[in-house]
Write a protein that binds this ligand. Structure first.
Ligand SMILES: NC(=O)C1=CN([C@@H]2O[C@H](COP(=O)(O)OP(=O)(O)OC[C@H]3O[C@@H](n4cnc5c(N)ncnc54)[C@H](OP(=O)(O)O)[C@@H]3O)[C@@H](O)[C@H]2O)C=CC1
Ligand SMILES: CC(=O)N[C@@H](CCC(=O)OP(=O)(O)O)C(=O)O
Length: 321
């Protein structure tokens, strides 16, 4: 690459890069023609080489333990916050003080309810981006829920009911029952059966109430959301499918399928599968199944779609599809 092209690349740093989503982002950014990975922070891996922790990464970078002021002092063009919920604010404040035109993308739930931040679920909200430099990335289940309901939103007779099953990478790396392979073996764990953050998030951004019942399963990555929708009028299966094809046929990262998808087929891939479309005999109830990889379309891939648009390159740059 020529010097000119190198200097035109935007610099990017990842805060909380030891985590599952951080590792996926490291891989994606390292292969990106318009981004240069400048720092990756972790307290636990301070000083260690990234190459020893992330398969598919070949560069020289090492993790560094950086507090909010140290992150701000890096002065990069793009900062990705991949921290557990509730930790973003000091970083946002320090960056705002040091370099307010920094593009900040937050993977946590911290700003998903803040209307001064752009909520980036590109297939549904890309028309609403007004050049905001602060982007909140949707939750993994919330992404699958919204994409499953949006094409039928004007036809609902009742709140859609969503049954979710996630692989345990969704629970992050902080030890808990929900990411303990021993406790998960031969098991399915229901949790947060009313009021989960993603229930509130999907309801807010769709503009209709949804009901969500999450579970965690023994597989590592990928989630399934099965949604029951009561319809205000009779619909045929063909009519329902036409709505989904119309909404998503031009979308490289959404595949509309006849069959109900299997999570094993989407693990490690960047898109969402939506299928099933089982219609009841009276034509007033439809069941839709969506699967996605929680670490990719549910987090890192969606983050890269949002960053690509904000830095002015094609939305799908460096996203295999
Ligand atoms: N996992 C998933 O499927 C998805 C996750 N998300 C969201 O993305 C974010 C990251 O998730 P995930 O990668 O799973 O999380 P992890 O638990 O795997 O990683 C969290 C990262 O944050 C760092 N960290 C933890 N506590 C602190 C702290 N108090 N101060 C500074 N750094 C800290 C950790 O590194 P160290 O301790 O070494 O500093 C680690 O790098 C979360 O907000 C999550 O909700 C969004 C969509 C999907
Ligand atoms: C299995 C599991 O625990 N999943 C997480 C979802 C992970 C995620 O994407 O959520 P946030 O970014 O909103 O935290 C959960 O239910 O909280």
């Amino acid at each position: 690459m020529s010097h000119d092209m190198t200097s035109a690349r935007k610099t990017l740093g990842i805060v909380g890069a030891r985590g599952h989503t951080g590792a996926e982002l490291i891989r994606l950014v390292a292969a990106h023609p318009a981004l240069e990975l400048v720092f990756v922070s972790s307290r636990e891996l301070d000083g260690q080489r990234v190459v020893d922790h992330v398969d598919g990464y070949a560069g020289e970078l090492r993790y560094a333990s950086l507090d909010a002021d140290a992150v701000a002092a890096q002065g990069v063009d793009v900062v990705v916050l991949a921290l557990p919920n509730g930790k973003a604010a000091p970083y946002v404040e320090a960056i705002d003080k040091a370099k307010p035109d920094t593009l900040i993308l937050d993977l946590s739930a911290d700003y998903r309810f803040d209307s001064t931040w752009y909520y980036g679920l590109p297939e549904l909200t890309r028309g609403k981006w007004r050049g905001e430099k602060k982007i909140s990335n949707p939750g993994c289940y919330a992404t699958a829920i919204q994409l499953s309901i949006a094409p039928l939103k004007d036809l609902l007779a009742a709140p859609p009911v969503c049954f979710g099953v996630s692989g345990y990478s969704g629970a992050g790396t902080t030890p808990s029952d929900k990411n303990d392979p021993e406790k998960l073996r031969d098991n399915l764990m229901p949790y947060s059966l009313t009021g989960h953050t993603h229930e509130k998030e999907a309801s807010r951004h769709l503009g209709v109430p949804v009901e969500f019942m999450p579970h965690v399963a023994p597989h590592f990555r990928g989630l399934t959301v099965t949604t029951n929708l009561y319809l205000a009028r009779k619909m045929s299966r063909e009519e329902v499918m036409q709505r989904f094809h119309h909404a998503y046929d031009a979308e490289p990262l959404v595949q509309v399928l006849d069959e109900a998808p299997w999570v094993s087929a989407v693990a490690g891939r960047h898109h969402v599968d939506i299928g099933g479309f089982a219609v009841s005999a009276d034509g007033k109830r439809v069941v839709v199944v969506a699967t996605l990889d929680n670490l990719l379309k549910g987090a890192a891939t969606q983050a890269l779609q949002n960053i690509n648009r904000a830095i002015g390159v094609d939305e799908f740059t460096a996203i295999p599809h």
